[in-house]
Design a protein around this ligand. Structure first.
Ligand code: ADP
Length: 476
């Protein structure tokens, strides 16, 4: 089967969030199972390893009335073919998203992907679209390209990574950018809440919709989590699948990670993990205390990630014998609040307001616990990485957190982490206290917990099979 993946970012070339991890891992997992995986992303100015890219071709495309140059570059990595869409005006700038003309930039990208298929004669069986950046490919394909013989028969899947980012814009853009009839707005196919809504359009037009965990697939059908798209999702609920993301166990491995000072695995973590802890405490300017539980937080600083709960109970947490290391960047209000706390508790809190991949790995490797009390979490990779590095996650039971962290059961001695259900700061504090009790009073049980966490099977193998099952259901 040939699958072409379209989305805004993919590891190892460019990343702003979890989407890059998925587009860096799922295609590879499918390629390893004998399928042809192709990923198409924009050629941003910040693309890594530019010297490895080879120029392939160029063609002109129309974005509405705009005639645009489209260059194509290519590379092959880990058995996956990557194509990069080049246009200096649109992508020759720092960063990925957040520009005023994002709608136009990604309308260009959407057409570029569809044109690429025929220009390079790589007609796929499945065109797998990801998030708003690629969402409009679904209506453009069904309303325009599917009429051409070459394009007929391609099946479209759309994957929702985070329903909070829908791509809402002015209805006039439907014809102005995409060359689609305004009728497709007024009849509701692309409209939601008075806007042209890219995600709504993709949900309407795709053959199948997937999202990144089974629990999130249920949650987004409700008003609480659906962010206004629950009705169209309910309409398409029989074509909606929740497939938990995996992580790449080869790249994310405490035994080989070059960012981790002392390598370890599920057998020797008792000796080497504490060394990483000491080194991390040193690096973060915290007193080196082996027996004080070290709690890690690596996150975008937004309300989604449960920052309100964390801030609400921080002073109470500081009355416990713990250390906290925070790595994150994001909303000013949270950065400011954390700065105040960290300055006051500088012997217990290390605050790192930046994006730092290396430090994130050392936090996963060196901490005892990882706190992630998200308000909502489509899948979440951080908790899986912390499990892989034997750092016990403390999470809220939502979305992929619920599907990937098995709650600790002290009677049966099972589970891989700690979790609480309601979005409630007291519940969170209670479960943190429970984790601290197990850590201090039952060190043997804690070690077994770490071992189970490290042995949790959250790699891509199972998830890739689940995707294949869904893709196959469209083809046969
Ligand atoms: P989301 O995609 O919603 O931000 P995920 O948990 O799915 O959340 O993925 C976040 C990824 O980004 C993880 O791999 C995490 O380690 C990484 N990350 C988040 N913030 C930072 C940061 N400040 N520095 C380094 N890595 C970060």
């Amino acid at each position: 089967m040939r699958i072409v993946f379209a989305g805004g970012e993919a590891n190892p070339y460019i990343k702003s969030g979890g989407l890059a991890d998925v587009l860096g891992s799922l295609p590879k997992a499918l390629a390893e199972k004998g399928h042809e995986s192709i990923v198409v992303i924009p050629k941003y100015q910040d693309i890594k390893y530019p010297d490895t890219l080879e120029y392939v071709t160029n063609y002109d495309i129309f974005v509405g009335w705009r005639k645009c140059y489209c260059g194509v570059f290519k590379t092959i990595y880990d058995g996956v073919t990557y194509y990069f869409i080049d246009n200096e005006d649109y992508f020759g700038r720092p960063g990925l998203y957040g520009y005023d003309d994002d709608n136009e930039r990604f309308a260009f990208y959407d057409f570029a992907v569809l044109e690429l298929l025929s220009h390079l004669d790589i007609k796929p069986d499945i065109l797998s679209l990801h998030d708003w950046q690629a969402a409009m490919i679904a209506p453009i394909y069904k309303e325009r390209y599917a009429y051409y013989e070459y394009y007929q028969g391609i099946k479209i899947t759309f994957t929702i990574h985070n329903i909070a980012f829908q791509g809402k814009c002015d209805p006039s853009l439907l014809s102005d950018l995409y060359g689609l009839d305004n009728y497709l707005y007024y009849n509701g196919n692309t409209r939601n809440d008075g806007c042209l809504n890219m995600m709504k359009a993709a949900i309407f037009y795709s053959d199948i919709i997937t999202t990144v965990s089974p629990t999130y697939a249920e949650e987004i059908l409700t008003e609480q989590y659906g962010q206004g798209l629950q009705s169209i999702l309910q309409m398409r609920r029989h074509d909606l699948y929740g497939i938990l993301n995996g992580i790449d166990y080869k790249r994310i491995d405490p035994e080989t990670d070059p960012e981790v000072p002392y390598h370890f695995n599920a057998k020797n973590f008792k000796t080497n993990k504490p060394k990483n802890k000491a080194k991390l405490q040193e690096e973060c300017g915290l007193p080196v205390k082996p027996n004080v539980p070290l709690i890690g937080i690596v996150t975008r600083l937004t309300s989604q990630k449960g920052l309100d709960l964390i801030l609400n109970r921080f002073e109470e947490l500081m009355t416990r014998d713990v250390q906290v290391v925070i790595l994150g960047a994001g909303d000013q209000q949270y950065e400011d609040a954390l700065k105040g706390i960290a300055a006051y508790h500088n012997q217990k809190v290390s605050l790192n307001l930046k994006y730092d991949f290396g430090l994130s790995c050392r936090i996963y490797a060196g901490c005892d616990m990882f706190l992630m009390p998200s308000l909502f979490e489509p899948c979440g990779l951080s908790q899986m990485m912390s499990l892989r590095y034997g750092t016990i996650p403390i999470v809220r039971e939502t979305g992929g957190l619920r599907d990937s962290v098995e709650p600790y059961n002290e009677y049966e001695n099972t589970g891989t982490g700690f979790s609480f259900f309601n979005y409630n700061a007291h519940e969170m504090m209670k479960i943190i206290d429970y984790a601290l009790t197990i850590y201090h009073d039952y060190p043997d049980k804690w070690q077994q917990l770490v071992e189970r966490a490290m042995n949790a099977q959250l790699d891509w193998d199972k998830s890739a099979d689940a995707y294949l099952k869904v893709f196959n259901s469209l083809l046969y």
